[in-house]
Design a protein around this ligand. Structure first.
Ligand SMILES: Cc1cc2nc3c(=O)[nH]c(=O)nc-3n(C[C@H](O)[C@H](O)[C@H](O)COP(=O)(O)O)c2cc1C
Length: 192
């Protein structure tokens, strides 16, 4: 029995679709409870994100999955505002030993997404979390194939300019990431 929280920012909805897919995958593992926490611009005042209810939901979870669009080769400013605000948890090491994972979406096939995932990973390491990759081999490079971009540090997704729905392969990868995180969290909680 484990709880998985997914915290993400999305302006146009693609990262939101991926967050929903991660949630779907996590729910496939019996007994898993899932919380979706969306970072919104309205919670950022003078550059500082503030939402104690959202932060409490994350602190209550056994695993936290971080998701953000890639902006200028890194995570979005809104995600950064959230990450900086969560330093109040870091100082207490309140997320220590939680399972962590990440996903990102952008328009470019590369788009420098690895830098975004590296940023999410570094943040998780600062919190002394335990990073779990997707654990997915490349099925192929077609739009409907799993891990078509070949990312092992987190899920990378790409959607063309003007395309509303995320590609099937990226969606499947996100579902599988959610399942893997829920399974890892269940094992982790059981072993405590
Ligand atoms: C300020 C800004 C910077 C961006 N930088 C990149 C980038 O570096 N690489 C890339 O491939 N796409 C870039 N994009 C495209 C975004 O990644 C894309 O709009 C986003 O992933 C859509 O996700 P969403 O629908 O969840 O908001 C950028 C978009 C914006 C608005």
């Amino acid at each position: 029995m484990a709880s998985v929280a997914i915290v993400y920012y999305s302006a146009q909805g693609h990262t939101h679709q991926l967050a929903a897919a991660v949630a779907e995958g996590a729910r496939e593992v019996p007994g898993t409870t899932v919380e979706l926490v969306r970072v919104v611009g309205g919670d950022i005042v003078e550059g500082r994100w503030k939402n104690s209810t959202a932060l409490a939901k994350l602190t209550a979870a056994d695993a936290i999955v971080f998701g953000t669009p890639t902006y200028m080769g890194g995570y979005s400013a809104q995600m950064k505002a959230f990450i900086d605000a969560a330093s109040e948890v870091w100082i207490q090491q309140g997320w220590k030993d939680k399972v962590a994972a990440g996903f990102t979406h952008s328009i470019g096939l590369s788009g420098d997404k690895l830098n975004t995932l590296t940023g999410l990973w570094v943040n998780a390491m600062q919190h002394s979390m335990v990073w779990v990759g997707p654990g997915l081999l490349v099925e192929g490079t077609a739009a409907d194939q799993v891990n078509r971009i070949g990312s092992y540090s987190g899920v990378m997704a790409q959607t063309d300019w003007g395309q509303e729905g995320v590609n099937t392969g990226d969606r499947k990868s996100a579902v599988l990431l959610g399942r893997r995180v829920a399974e890892a969290a269940a094992r982790w909680v059981k072993g405590k």
